[in-house]
Design a protein around this ligand. Structure first.
Ligand code: NDP
Length: 262
């Protein structure tokens, strides 16, 4: 049986959409000793009101951190702030959730330019790369504090990269007609490779690295016609995460834990 998530958890892009729901359900489901670092670009802005309200409902359990994943200085400052608070315990779970999709859907070839490609890559790939790199010492510390040999888990030390079904090359013939999205698809395929490389790199530290597709979810990014609510998507992902182990590191899974082909 899987053990629930716990410890120090850091989530990006949490002022709305799937990220906000992740923080809500993590706050509900994790133990008293766990702490959630919920990141957003503008903690004082109107767009973060729901997140601020959530933080007041769970005093001492949620800390809002300012973070723009496209800005290296912002990443460095966020890591520094969190490191000062959790240097002894380490970081148990890093969820790279923040992402953008440009240009606006349907994002066909004719509407897509170099800037779209670069902006999306910066946020969706370079951001998670730098964040994970800077958090590595804290992830290692959390892994070392656990005495379960070489067993990996999200409770011990893990990185979850939120990817997408439409990053799958094998699935491209069936998914391309409804969602062209060159910058987004290629950025998430790169995020998958980042997942795979880091899984290899961090294997010796017993840090799990897995990419998860949240489903097609009704958010600003997913659109009104998406069949899944944020509640159901997050409920499902949070029931999969505690069951992840060594065999899942370096893989792309869907919200039910099924493997998606590259
Ligand atoms: P939303 O567009 O609803 O939310 C995106 C979040 O990311 C917002 O909090 C946004 O903050 C944040 N964000 C964007 N850019 C940055 C940045 N540079 N720095 C920090 N935060 C940033 O998206 P979803 O909730 O739908 O998506 C969450 C994740 O799920 C993404 O990784 C997405 O690719 C993935 N996904 C979603 C699907 C869906 O159907 N919804 C399907 C498959 C995957 P701000 O308010 O400041 O813009």
């Amino acid at each position: 049986m899987s053990v629930k998530l716990d410890g120090n958890i850091f989530v990006t892009g949490t002022n709305r959409g799937i990220g906000l729901e992740l923080v809500k359900q993590l706050a509900e489901k994790t133990g008293v000793k766990s702490h959630i670092y919920a990141c957003c670009r503008e903690p004082e802005g109107t767009g973060a009101e729901a997140l601020r309200q959530l933080a007041t409902q769970y005093p001492g359990k949620i800390t809002i951190i300012k973070l723009d994943t496209s800005d290296e200085d912002s990443i460095s400052a966020a890591v520094h702030t969190v490191s000062e608070r959790i240097s002894d315990a380490g970081l148990n779970l890093l969820i790279n959730n923040a992402a953008i999709n440009k240009p606006p859907i349907p994002a066909a070839l004719a509407d897509t330019g170099k800037k779209d490609m670069m902006d999306v890559y910066e946020t969706n790939v370079a951001g998670p790369f730098l964040l994970t790199k800077m958090f590595l010492p804290l992830l290692q510390r959390a892994a070392e504090k656990d005495s379960s040999g070489d067993k990996m888990s999200c409770r011990r030390s893990a990185i979850i990269n939120i990817s997408t079904l439409i990053s799958s090359m094998e699935k491209c013939p069936e998914t391309f007609p409804m969602a062209q999205m060159y910058p987004y698809r290629t950025s998430k395929a790169a995020l998958n490779m980042l997942t795979r490389c880091q899984a290899e790199d961090f294997k010796s530290h017993n840090i799990l690295v897995t990419a998860i597709h949240p489903g097609w979810v009704r958010t600003a990014m997913g659109g009104e016609q998406a069949p899944m609510t944020t509640e159901d998507s997050v409920l499902s992902m949070l029931s999969v995460m505690p069951s992840l182990s060594n065999k899942d590191s370096g893989m792309l899974l869907d919200f039910e834990g099924n493997r998606i082909p590259w």
